[in-house]
Design a protein around this ligand. Sequence first.
Ligand code: ADP
Ligand code: MG
Length: 556
Amino acid sequence: MSTETIEFQAQARQLLQLMIHSIYSTKDVFLRELISNASDALDKLRLAAYQDKDLEVDTSDLHIALATDPGERTLTVRDNGIGMTREEVVDLIGTIAKSGTAEMLGRLQQAREAGAASEQATAELIGQFGVGFYSSFMVADRVVLVTRKAGAASGVRWESDGQGTYTVSDEPQAPQGTAVTLHLKPEDTEDALHDYANPTTVKGIVKRYSDFITWPIRMAPAGGEGEPETVNSRKALWARSPKDVSDEEYTEFYRHVSHDWREPLQTIRLSAEGTFEYQALLFLPSHAPMDLFMREAKRGVQLYVKRVFIMDDCEALVPEYLRFVKGVVDANDLSLNISREILQQDRQIQLIRKRLVKKVLSTVRSMLDDEPEKYATFWSELGRAVKEGLLSDHDNRQAILEICSFASTHDPEKPTTLRDYIARMPEGQEAIYYATGESRAALENSPHLEAFRAKGYEVLLLTDPVDEVWVDMVPTFEDKALTSVAKGEVDLGGDDVDDETKKGFDALLGWLAATLDDDVKEVRLSHRLTTSAACLVGDAADLTPTLEKMYRAMGQ
Ligand code: ADP
Ligand code: MG
């Protein structure tokens, strides 16, 4: 096939424009992205070679090679990994399949329109999104990618200036793997620290961002004369003693596995010896991932077997409600040929998953006890997902309840744990009271709260959709019943309404009951209210109003 000129998909074009005009201060990260892709490509080739004995490829010297040409002002990142077919190049490089792209671009638009703080906001959003290959265009005005898929007879050349279109053409002589050549922007010359045609600069960046990459990263000497030098130390971080790994190294590794450019909130190490040996290095993010509540969201950690990469997004290792956990599990005794389907059934994987869940929950628990601010960040970003575990993870329900926080009438600024709620319960209060609804404001104005307020009883204000569901499945915490303020008879210990008063209302209640016959089950006197005249109350077994609305919206 001859040369084709193809338009970038609309979202890709928008993202490219962002890159080209980026004033993002840490442009250096483009190299991390390219090396990260090269490393993934080498992982994939090694795995493919294990799994497909007919694949005729030489895997004896898998590596990444960097070369600069100060005269031409180019930097090339080459790998002899899996490579791409022509279709793959068009699919993977010409479009953005990442979930959350549209949302990210929408938020960016908003940030722009907001004016002043927009550059900062742009940088934040880009950082959060992880722009991958396109970050090349922060430093280059032309990018050429030449690739040949492992096993294929000939290769492809992709080229673009990032301005709307790219070309693809055949490249029969392409060596196997992928080479990305950046034609660097001229303005970088003035700034020696950011001169990416300078081997010393490039080496420094590799050391800083990509030292942990387990494949050798070789730097050709300037001018191409002499032996290339391996720049990275290549040690798998999770196999090193925790005391020998610096925070910066963890951060860079986190960025590699998560595609998040920020720092992790918490690093978790885990290992087991004996029958089932494994090591894990896990991270909690400091922000909710963009796709946390999207159906197509990826989840799970990377699975390695004895340092060999097996798969990304290994769902079998992480339950859905902890889908924000990122990192690596390296197991010693699994088959390299293990498939996703078999993994779900594997006893060893199940055991690792069990421990991993417990470890994550106990880590959050420690944060709650010892680092309240960190915990508060965690909870406000990720709590909504964690609460799903109250529905799905019966074994750990207690541990999850312990780390939950809820808005409450006690302090409008600060959510409370159930334990703290109980500690504040006045004499005579037997239950934990909660109200569910769409917003805090709506709940605070609800007549249901009046009597509780008058009594000095605190009420939890639950406004997440998932709250409606879990409250029905969790009857108690620490022997205290979780009780809705909007359901059934609430025993607030007030005096019974005396017979005289009751008589006085008989006529009114009878009339109300007859008039509202189609709409309500019963009209009764109550000391639920102090200032409002009447309120609607559900039966103990009824759906809550929000849930009723939810079901109705779903057409049930
Ligand atoms: P991400 O790495 O987050 O998927 P990128 O923009 O960095 O996003 O890369 C897009 C895709 O292009 C990769 O997922 C991969 O399939 C493909 N790709 C990029 N670089 C290489 C490479 N060096 N070798 C093989 N495939 C690559
Ligand atoms: Mg990438």
